[in-house]
Design a binder for this molecule. Sequence first.
Ligand code: GLN
Length: 375
Amino acid sequence: MPKLPHVTTSIFTVMSKMAAEHNAINLSQGFPNFPVNKKLTEIVARLAKEDVHQYTPMSGYPPLLNKIAKLTLQSYGRSVDPETEILVTTGATQGIFTAIQALVKNEDEVIILDPSYDSYKPNVLLSNGIPVRISLNDNYSTNWDLVEKACNENTKMIIITNPHNPTGKILSLADIEKLEAILEKFPNIILLSDEVYEYISFEQKLISVNTRKLLRNRAVIASSFGKTFHVTGWKVGYLIAPEYLMKEIKKVHQFLVFSVNSIAQAAISEYLDQTSVDEISAFYQQKRDYFQQLLSGSRFELMPCEGTYFQVVSYKTISDENDVDFCKRLITEHGVAAIPISTFYENGKDLKLIRFCFAKTDATLEEATRRLCKI
Ligand code: GLN
């Protein structure tokens, strides 16, 4: 019996592959296509000649751990101990897997909010946990009453994604307070907060779990340098968690990856002194606004985008095909790739919505929308 009988190749891989085969503009999988900052590439080139090619300590390159602690203090006013509360991971995906593997046991229930990022459920199943999936409302707000009703003595973890992928939604203060109230009622539940788009929020600013005293002492928070510094292929992210949780997470990490790519860690560590995360939101807000403006002449209906570099659109006035077929046809007939939202739901709920990634050069956005406006 296979361990994951219902899991197939991830929709990101499927759509990126199909986009390449048909030479389509790939707005599906989320990755930037503009050059990374020259300072970063220069640091890498120089470091390649230095002594940074052997294992780093298991939990991360020590200067990078210190810089992450500094960044967390600057961004969120939270002091974290670099030795005991931070773990550098091979991307947030590995961090999230490792945290679930370390903390979720046989029959533990894990609450996942749909549409949910595709790795969560298989991660829980591989820990022999039970995924309990709760749909967000159709406007992507969270029904906290449903979340609370789902909590019981077997609930081990609630996973939130904030800013939310695929919808671009950000939890409001009222949302965070409701979550706090639930966790106060259920003191054994751990929070896993996937905040990989933490530095990309627009009119509504992110309230990181790092800033919430009630939550952070029982939370694992996942961050991504891939997203923050436009280097998704480097696969470097990190987790922050209180020591009692981190101790368990490190036990798994040491046998899964041992330590993360040394030169990438050293480069990010240096780069953190030469850059600021403060301009990232404004940079992407300009891209979002431009993409929205270019799409306004199309028949697609734009959904709100509060954060992330994803824009969800409805195609319901264009076609009544299911969203997977529509995305395939978008590639083969119109030369643009997107991600169908139904694949993020347990029951494949099809609201005729698809997701575009706007982390692209203006020229790419212009050509893609020229094609989309003709449909
Ligand atoms: N996080 C990326 C996205 O949402 C995908 C990463 C991946 O393919 N694993 O598009």
